[in-house]
Design a protein around this ligand. Structure first.
Ligand code: ADP
Ligand code: MG
Length: 620
């Protein structure tokens, strides 16, 4: 029978490292947090080769007392708490006393530090967990930590590292979080000696946001603030037109610490209800300030998740803070997407009805009860006026190969009709069998009764089939751009997009590395207009960056096909010509009642003649 043994400190540290130090970015996070805790006013981060070769962080903080140098790299040694009670009044980012020991265990580690009252700095090295004797050396007040050859002695971990650009992306993300939580800190991040971020100290969060995210995002930000029983919520929420395809745009800080919280993310989604399309997420930068005893931060090794004492109350506060701001701006369900300062180039999503209206149309084909309170014809008052924003003129803004097939014959995915169909006039149903209503739906008489088709959903489906066929055949029409289009992404995203170049090329989308967080789009699929390219690349990037989406290449391709088809398709709000309606309807077998578009909405509703008769009391 195996006997129980106490693990030695190296094993213990390696286990701890396994929890906290997942990748170079985790090192950067821990070291940055230590510098913040040490009250630094300036922090410089240098990284080489995605952090696997070198991570060096220099701060001008209070430094470590020479006699504590060895303790600093010993596990469970910390200057930040003394007793278990202190756990409930943590005012620092760190308190577990594990980070340096863990990092030093899995790297070549050098620590040099000098306190303000010392005449010289002291330095020590740790190699594979074995520390050298500290020695005096020159150096300014503050702390320098160098981590090289990360995971060299844990080959499995090292093997799991992704490409340099991906790792830099994660590092940038961690850096950005600390930078947003501490605008007064001057912070610099360099990779392979190239500056990624140089953020001068500022009193204004907005200034920092602009340096990191650019003017487009910052100009859309709406300030919010509230205080309830000592709990303060403040920050900025972006106009709905800045939505994202993942929840990653929601930055939440609790007492200076970046955290993620499902319940509060949900509160934000609720606050944006009716203002965002299904599947879109808001962009927010929110700060929570509350007494330390209102929250337990010791529930997660990296402290990214916390436990609130009264999370329901917080949920309500968050929701009402944001919601009431929207209401005060007139940004509510009825006037949604029509803020006074609506940017002139409304994105396609802006022209779709609010989510609430879409919801009311959700309708299960199984229960064909149109007289209930979900009757599809009566809830229209819940929609904004039929065309809240002017629809795009036909042809413009739609990709070649959309419905304007005449000008681009080879790209037209729509057949010319099956020959048996009579030309129909959209708005004169008497002669034909279909009308377009609200510039969004096609109402069609069928042998069995009638069908209402979501024009966008149908066209999206057609585009999807068309594109898929071409992709499989390896002949997507792609067009070289005269001027390559730069698309600015987050560092993580840029890395991922470049990694997926081949898959994207299969779809007719060529991207090149451009440097920084920018990628260059050099060729685009003919079916997509240039206008939608930037958004498409951003959506793709967000999708790639969504954790837990380690799908197969095939899944990815399919998902990208859906994205592109959605972008290429006509939108709700687009007025169609009779020819276009014909052309669309010729393919309507592609969507059946039961078919749902990828956003989960039905694409067509059917009502039988029998049901009509019944509803009108024509049946005994
Ligand atoms: P923790 O931050 O949880 O206390 P760490 O292992 O990260 O644990 O750090 C151990 C100790 O080393 C800290 O408590 C702190 O006293 C000291 N220390 C680490 N980094 C710095 C720094 N940059 N400046 C000053 N002191 C530091
Ligand atoms: Mg720490």
């Amino acid at each position: 029978m195996p006997r129980i043994q106490q693990l030695n400190s190296h094993v213990v540290n390696k286990i701890a490292a396994g929890e906290v130090i997942e990748r170079p970015a985790s090192v950067v996070k821990e070291l940055l947090e230590n510098s913040v805790d040490a009250l630094a006013s300036r922090i410089e981060v240098d990284v080489a080769e995605g952090g696997s070769e070198l991570i060096r962080i220099v701060d001008d903080g209070e430094g470590i007392h020479p006699e504590d140098l060895l303790l600093a790299v010993t596990s469970h040694a910390t200057s930040k708490i003394r007793s278990a009670e202190d756990l409930f009044s943590v005012h620092t980012l760190g308190f577990r006393g594990e980070a340096l020991a863990s990092i030093a265990e899995v790297s070549r580690f050098r620590l040099r530090s000098r306190t303000a009252d010392a005449s010289e700095a002291w330095e020590l090295e740790v190699n594979g967990g074995v520390a050298s004797t500290p020695r005096a050396c020159g150096g300014p007040v503050g702390t320098l930590i160098e981590v090289s050859q990360l995971f060299a002695n844990t080959p499995v971990r090292r093997k799991f590292l992704k490409t340099v650009s991906t790792e830099v992306g994660h590092i940038t993300e961690q850096f950005t979080r600390i930078a947003l939580a501490n605008p007064r800190l001057h912070m610099v991040l360099r990779h392979n000696q190239r500056v990624i971020h140089e953020l001068p100290a500022t009193e204004r969060l907005l200034e920092r946001l602009e340096l990191i995210y650019g003017p487009e995002v910052t100009q859309s930000l709406i300030p919010v603030e509230s205080e309830l029983d000592g709990i303060r919520v403040w920050g900025f929420v972006a106009h709905p037109n800045q939505s994202k395809s993942t929840a990653k745009g929601q930055c939440l800080f609790l007492n200076g610490r970046w955290v993620t919280d499902r319940s509060l993310q949900h509160a934000l989604l609720e606050a944006y209800r009716g203002l965002l399309m299904v599947g879109r997420y808001p962009v927010t930068f929110l700060f929570l300030e509350m007494p330390a005893d209102q929250v337990d931060v010791n529930v997660h090794p990296t402290k990214a998740e916390v436990r609130f004492r009264d999370s329901q109350k917080l949920y309500r506060q968050m929701l009402s803070t944001v919601r009431s701001k929207f209401l005060s701006l007139g940004l509510n369900l009825d006037t949604s997407l029509r803020l006074g300062d609506e940017p002139s180039s409304a994105s396609p999503a802006d022209r779709l009805p609010p989510m609430s209206a879409i919801r009311q149309l959700s309708f299960s084909p199984a229960s064909t009860n149109w007289s209930g309170d979900r009757a599809p014809f009566r809830p229209y008052p819940a929609l904004p006026t039929p065309t809240p924003l002017p629809p795009l003129p036909v042809g413009e803004g739609r990709g070649e190969g959309a419905l304007s097939g005449a000008t681009h014959p080879h790209a037209n995915p729509l057949p010319e009709g099956d020959g048996t169909r009579q030309p129909q006039s959209a708005n004169a149903p008497s002669s034909g069998r279909a009308i377009q209503i609200h510039d969004s739906y096609l109402v069609v008489e069928t042998d069995e009764g009638m069908t209402v088709i979501d024009q966008h959903a149908l066209h999206e489906r057609i585009m999807y089939e068309h594109l898929r066929e071409r992709v499989l055949a390896g002949r997507v029409e792609s067009q070289r751009m005269l001027l390559p289009e730069p698309v600015e992404l987050s560092a993580v995203e840029a890395g991922l997009v470049v990694e997926q170049r081949e898959t994207l090329a299969q779809l007719g989308l060529s991207v090149d590395e451009f440097g920084g967080n920018t990628v260059l789009v050099t060729s685009v699929p003919v079916m997509l207009s240039k206008a939608s390219i930037v958004q498409l690349v951003r959506d793709i990037a967000e999708r790639l960056a969504t954790p837990g989406q380690n799908v197969t290449r095939r899944d990815l391709l399919d998902e990208l096909l859906h994205m592109m088809s959605c972008k290429a398709a006509i939108k709700a709000g687009d007025r169609l010509t009779p020819e276009e309606i014909d052309s669309l309807l010729a393919q309507r077998h592609l969507i059946q009642d039961a078919h749902h578009c990828p956003h989960g909405r039905p694409t067509a509703l059917t009502m039988s003649r029998l049901e009509l008769d019944r509803q009108f009391g024509r049946l005994g």
